[in-house]
Design a binder for this molecule. Structure first.
Ligand code: HEM
Ligand SMILES: *[C@@H]1O[C@H](CO)[C@@H](O)[C@H](O)[C@H]1NC(C)=O
Ligand SMILES: *[C@@H]1O[C@H](CO)[C@@H](O)[C@H](O)[C@H]1NC(C)=O
Ligand SMILES: *[C@@H]1O[C@H](CO)[C@@H](O)[C@H](O)[C@H]1NC(C)=O
Ligand SMILES: *[C@@H]1O[C@H](CO)[C@@H](O)[C@H](O)[C@H]1NC(C)=O
Ligand SMILES: *[C@@H]1O[C@H](CO)[C@@H](O)[C@H](O)[C@H]1NC(C)=O
Ligand SMILES: *[C@@H]1O[C@H](CO)[C@@H](O)[C@H](O)[C@H]1NC(C)=O
Length: 411
């Protein structure tokens, strides 16, 4: 039995190396054989998270966007700081992001059912769709098969749009990732739910464009209401403004609908980047805002298509990247050799190098102190250790022999 499993593992791994290199397209059926319940598992976690905090739907939707705009939809946003990794999370524009612990919960739930199969990049794509659906927005067929990056790109976060950028800059940033004006307007419609910090609107309320006045493209009554919630941060009354939040959609703050667009038509967009879509004279975005404002179903159809477009930004497929075992850390890659006496020798190579015929993938905590897992033919063997040196112990056949002092259990 053990040798059968071993041979199966060898064949599988060789096949993965030989055939895994093609640049596969994403597809909605990617996990049909390997993790058929992926969607209902993610949905279960998100339903619970929604009950605990209604804001989670917006959090998760935004995470997919912030992932896709930096190096493509590759889960790079989720990596914590580590050796050789400057996390994207720590970039200013990402500091207010939330929902990372929900992603951890989803990852754990999936690892329990289909270990090592579903990428974190795909988790973000699925979670965005379900979050929108749970908020009574549109549904779409999520395209799947992305793999996870092994690095983050903090400097690349400058590709994300800012709340105070001109419409031309916003268009350029979308166009840089292959998205057009319709995508820009439709996707901005995600601001139909969620919150923003007061500091993203106070420049419009107190000193727009250094004029000392309110942004003329903001409805005065709406401005007055916002001024009450967000007092001028340069006055004593505004001492808490930096921590206060406001609804992005003042009419239906938690529901996914087209009110965002009717708000823009009524000069009630919260962010400068929102209102510009409608108030920039001569812009091609104006007609699109009107179309979505007049027809929720037009908005829903376009939003669904644009989410698919956004989800297609430079995914890693085939042999590129990996399926991370933890959302927050890249795996350590172990290459293994088959030695003359039939033992598999495992070694930890920090970087992938072409040395042997097969590989297994494991991971350790980012402090390299606690855990690593080895996949052999679907079985996960978990070791606990106090220190992870360069020599990680040995594998024998399909099994794994623990090093002295290491405890072993099959999960
Ligand atoms: C067009 C360019 C965009 C700009 C300039 C922009 C900017 C912002 C800003 C400044 C906030 C508030 C952050 C804070 O203060 O905590 C925010 C929130 C949000 N954004 Fe965007 N965003 C854009 C596009 C998008 C897209 C494409 C999506 C998703 C498809 C999205 C989804 C969200 C969501 C759901 C929130 C609410 C998050 C929460 O409740 O904490 N945004 N955005
Ligand atoms: C998939 O989920 C359904 C219900 O959510 C459950 O009945 C079924 O057993 C699950 N299948 C697998 C393979 O886990
Ligand atoms: C949400 O998705 C479920 C399952 O796919 C579907 O039955 C339901 O109609 C969707 N809800 C909305 C509001 O579209
Ligand atoms: C946009 O806001 C940021 C602060 O969040 C500020 O540093 C930057 O100068 C502003 N840019 C413009 C064009 O106003
Ligand atoms: C800001 O003010 C400058 C100079 O007064 C003007 O040229 C520019 O169009 C203004 N920008 C906006 C967004 O109103
Ligand atoms: C700011 O918040 C603190 C703590 O909640 C509160 O005591 C204080 O009155 C607030 N200041 C203003 C100006 O609202
Ligand atoms: C694999 O075997 C080759 C040839 O014996 C050796 O040079 C290489 O260092 C071995 N690699 C590992 C990971 O043990």
């Amino acid at each position: 039995m053990a040798s059968f499993q071993f041979i199966a593992a060898v064949l599988f791994l060789v096949a993965a190396v030989v055939f895994g290199g093609s640049n596969a397209q994403l597809s909605s059926t990617f996990y049909d054989n390997t993790c058929p319940n992926v969607s209902s598992i993610v949905r279960g976690v998100l339903e619970q998270a929604q009950q605990a905090n209604i804001r989670n739907a917006a959090f998760l939707t935004r995470l997919h966007f912030h992932d896709c705009f930096v190096n493509g939809c590759d889960g790079s946003l989720l990596l914590d700081n580590a050796d050789g990794i400057e996390s994207e999370k720590d970039a200013n524009i990402n500091r207010a992001l939330n929902g990372f612990t929900v992603v951890d919960d989803i990852k754990t739930a999936l690892e329990n059912v289909c270990p090592g199969v579903v990428s974190c990049a795909d988790i973000l794509a699925i979670a965005a769709e379900i979050s929108v659906n749970l908020s009574k927005g549109p549904s779409w067929e999520v395209q799947l098969g992305r793999r996870d990056s092994r690095t983050a790109n903090r400097a690349g976060t400058t590709g994300l749009p800012l709340f105070n950028e001109s419409l031309n800059v916003l268009k350029d940033k979308f166009s840089a990732v292959g998205l057009d004006s319709t995508d820009l307007v439709a996707l901005s419609g995600a601001h139909t739910f969620g919150r923003a910090g007061c500091l993203t609107v106070t420049p419009r309320l107190y000193n727009f464009n250094n004029s000392g006045n309110v942004d003329p493209t903001m409805d005065p009554t709406y401005a007055q209401t916002l001024q009450q919630t967000c007092p001028d941060p340069n006055t004593p009354a505004g001492s808490n403004t930096s921590t206060t939040i406001v609804n992005l959609d003042p009419t239906t703050p938690n529901g996914f609908d087209n009110n965002y667009f009717t708000n823009l038509q009524n000069k009630r967009g919260l962010l400068q980047s929102d209102q510009e879509l409608f108030s920039t004279s001569g812009a091609d975005t104006v007609a699109i805002v009107n179309r979505f404002g007049n027809s929720q179903s037009d908005f829903f159809t376009s939003f669904a298509q644009s989410m698919i477009n956004m989800g297609n930004i430079s995914p890693l497929t085939g042999n590129n990247g990996e399926i991370r075992l933890s959302a927050r850390s890249a795996s350590v890659i172990f290459w293994i050799n088959l030695s003359s006496d039939g033992l598999l020798i495992c070694r930890n190579y920090a970087a992938i190098s072409v040395c042997g015929c097969l590989f297994v993938i494991g991971y350790c905590n980012s402090d390299l102190s606690q855990l690593y897992a080895v996949y052999v033919s679907g079985a996960v063997l978990v070791y606990a250790s106090n220190a992870l040196g360069s020599d990680l112990g040995c594998c024998r056949g399909a099994g794994v022999v623990s090093k002295p002092g290491w405890s072993e259990s099959v999960v």
